[in-house]
Design a protein around this ligand. Sequence first.
Ligand SMILES: Cc1cc2nc3c(=O)[nH]c(=O)nc-3n(C[C@H](O)[C@H](O)[C@H](O)COP(=O)(O)OP(=O)(O)OC[C@H]3O[C@@H](n4cnc5c(N)ncnc54)[C@H](O)[C@@H]3O)c2cc1C
Length: 325
Amino acid sequence: MTRRIAIIGAGLSGLIAARKLKSVSDVKLFDKSRGVGGRMSTRYAGVYEFDHGAQYFTARDERFQSAILDAIAQGVIAPWDGRARYLKNGKIETDTGGERFVGTPRMNSWAKCLAMDLDISLGGRIVSLTRKAQKWTLDFEDKSKEEGFDFVVCAVPSVQAQALLPEDFSGMPEIKAVKMDACFALMVGFDGAHEFGWDSLRTQLGPASWIAANSDKPGRGKNKTALVVHSSPEWSNMHADADKAWVQAEMEASASKICGFDITSAPHRALHRWLYASVSASPQQPALFDSKRGLVACGDWCLGGRVEGAFLSGLAAADNILNSL
Ligand SMILES: Cc1cc2nc3c(=O)[nH]c(=O)nc-3n(C[C@H](O)[C@H](O)[C@H](O)COP(=O)(O)OP(=O)(O)OC[C@H]3O[C@@H](n4cnc5c(N)ncnc54)[C@H](O)[C@@H]3O)c2cc1C
């Protein structure tokens, strides 16, 4: 008999788990958002587009490198050879590091490609899981239900996994020990092309800790300038509940100082708050599997955050289930 598997979260980890499990089971993905990709996301604002979550990714693991090569061949990922710089003590230096990749033409393009031919239900938030006669039921915020799953993969940020999974889930102590940090994303859209002298700039000046000329990434339209400014984890955690207008003003002032001109002259400015952006304490286990209950928790937080961590965690979640069949 075909096993039914529910995957909560259509970010990268959930999508990767789904693709691997689909050949041997009946897999259904669920996400509360209107689109797939989770934090590998793109915000559309009229003529502007902003990758306001993940900025780029690097690849160390061979399995991830191989998946990236496939996606490059499909045209949904490209290397980002932009001028990576950092600003320290008033001096701009080259930011060295591994090869950087981005989704093309948008950060969410790879996720959209991975989602093709998967069974996905969007726009419904799951609030709890209940078990009856060895089968799981997903309970939604709007009181609807989806029943009859043999396994549930919980591919959501740790705080949301903690709220969804039963208290006696075997990986609960590890989940509770995870620490995820907030991040504010300021999105600034200018008319015409702007030259900053860099394509991305890391700084320690705070609150802005990262600025990217989004429109200079490969495959983006270059006749408008889209700038993404991220705040540092420390500053973001400290001001996570602060008034949004105040946060935006502080970030605009910080970014203006770094860019050397007043960015508030830009016709488009908007702020997004990510409550769970990056990971500062992680179990460093690829996924947490409770074989007795048929539950797996996965996501970037299992492996210290980042896109590569999400990919490897999704693979591990699928392997845990496949090895138990
Ligand atoms: C501001 C920011 C900057 C970043 N920069 C980088 C970077 O430069 N490089 C890098 O490698 N990584 C970066 N990251 C991290 C990277 O985006 C993540 O590691 C990766 O996208 C996580 O994938 P995931 O599948 O684990 O989780 P997510 O992408 O968060 O997917 C989880 C999904 O679960 C859904 N969900 C949650 N709760 C529920 C529920 N109750 N019911 C239904 N659905 C639910 C969410 O809607 C979401 O789509 C950044 C992230 C942010 C936010």
